[in-house]
Design a protein around this ligand. Structure first.
Ligand code: NAD
Ligand code: TYD
Length: 357
């Protein structure tokens, strides 16, 4: 086992988003000696409601701002003397990247470069342990056929504007490590699910539409496969990698849990119908096959043996339990679901899905 590292002042970017909010909660619980600063510009996907329970924690500070703002990022490094960065801020939705790729290049590529430069400048003379931790996705590896798993050695083959912007940012992080000696780690994770995920992504979108008896838009024939991981397990993997990962290393994180989209939609129908006391299968009639996503990756699946062998991490809960808890959370938090899906989101939904025919 690697030695435990200890960071006093951690910059978390994108902490008001889905995964970031779970990471902040996990770090505050697990690392009471670390101060956290959450830098988030609060796009449609960022929501301070996700962090209501920790906002008065003395180890937590929120700063509203853009990771591309060089002056602000520099000031924050000066003021808080960060010894670690956990970088999650990103534009994260593939369908939006197809509609508007430039926002993805700006935040995911230029924003990452801005943070890397700030860390390099602040840490060039610094004594002691430092870590720039970049959170990435398995989508950088491209698309699998029926067989095989992505390992850390799989060549990059990103195929959407989102995944190519994330691949670019991974390359920049490695370049800053090799060229300037910046201490880094990277992890590439599979699809996450759980509480507080913006309902443009498959699982919360389907739960909401089943609840509201609206059409369930399944892309293509619903045969694409994703590997689903409980978001709190991703947060615990990030905590482990930050504190015990090796400098310069990449770790794949996955759920060992592959599902065909259509099978997952059937499972969600079963769970939501049961929770709402509807007759079993009564929402099956809502399934609507719609025009496929352009360039839709067929299958993602992760070989997570390195993180298990090196850090002893593996998923803690079964998909059966995690999915049931997730359905329960969205049904109990109808107000959250309704508030984030009003206004702008409704416009996005109407435009995006009316195009699909
Ligand atoms: P999300 O879209 O829910 O949250 C992104 C957060 O980043 C939001 O709070 C948003 O306001 C903030 N943000 C966006 N642009 C910003 C900017 N320019 N400056 C500051 N803040 C900005 O995303 P998520 O699902 O929580 O994903 C977090 C990270 O994890 C991303 O880097 C994503 O690529 C990666 N990832 C996500 C998944 C997944 O299944 N969701 C899987 C693997 C990796
Ligand atoms: P998504 O949650 O957008 O994650 P990603 O594209 O990053 O894997 O989509 C998961 C899968 O579900 C993907 O194969 C696309 C599919 N999908 C639908 O069939 N219908 C939908 O409305 C959405 C949002 C996704």
């Amino acid at each position: 086992m690697n030695n435990m590292r200890n960071f006093k002042s951690i910059l978390v970017t994108g902490g008001a988003g889905f995964i970031g909010s779970h990471v902040i909660r996990t770090l505050l619980q697990q690392r009471p000696d670390s101060k956290l600063v959450n830098l988030d510009v609060l796009t449609y996907a960022g929501n301070l409601e996700n962090l209501r329970d920790v906002e008065t924690n003395p180890n937590y500070t929120f700063v509203k701002g853009d990771i591309q703002d060089k002056g602000l990022v520099h000031e924050l490094f000066e003021k808080h003397r960060f010894d670690a960065v956990v970088h999650l801020a990103a534009e994260s939705h593939v369908d939006r990247s197809i509609e508007n790729p430039m926002a993805f290049l700006e935040t995911n590529i230029l924003g990452t470069a801005t943070l890397l430069n700030a860390a390099k400048n602040a840490w060039s003379e610094a004594e002691g342990d430092r870590c720039f931790y970049h959170i990435s996705t398995d989508e950088v590896y491209g698309s699998l056929g029926d067989e095989g798993l992505f390992t850390e050695q799989t060549p990059y083959d990103p195929r959407s504007p989102y995944s190519s912007s994330k691949a670019s940012s991974d390359h920049l992080v490695r370049a800053w490590h090799h060229t300037y000696g910046l201490p880094i780690v990277i992890s590439n994770c599979s699809n996450n699910y759980g509480a507080h995920q913006f309902p443009e992504k498959l699982i919360p979108l389907m739960i909401r539409n089943i609840r509201d008896e609206r059409p369930l838009p399944v892309y293509g024939e619903g045969v694409n496969v994703r590997d689903w991981l409980w978001v709190e397990d991703h947060a615990s993997a990030i905590d482990e990698i930050l504190h015990r990962g090796q400098n310069g290393q990449t770790y794949n994180i996955g759920g060992l849990n592959e599902w065909k989209n259509i099978d997952l939609v059937h499972e969600l129908i079963r769970l939501v119908d049961a929770s709402l006391g509807r007759e079993a299968g009564s929402s099956m009639k809502l399934i609507t096959f719609v025009t496929d996503r352009a360039g839709h990756d067929m299958r993602y699946a992760i070989d997570a043996s390195r993180i298990e062998a090196e850090l002893g991490w593996k998923p803690s809960i079964t998909f059966e339990k995690g999915l049931a808890a997730t359905v329960d959370w969205y049904l109990k938090n109808g107000e959250w679901l309704d508030s984030v899906t009003s206004g702008q989101y409704q416009q996005y939904y109407d435009t995006m899905y009316s195009n699909r025919g």
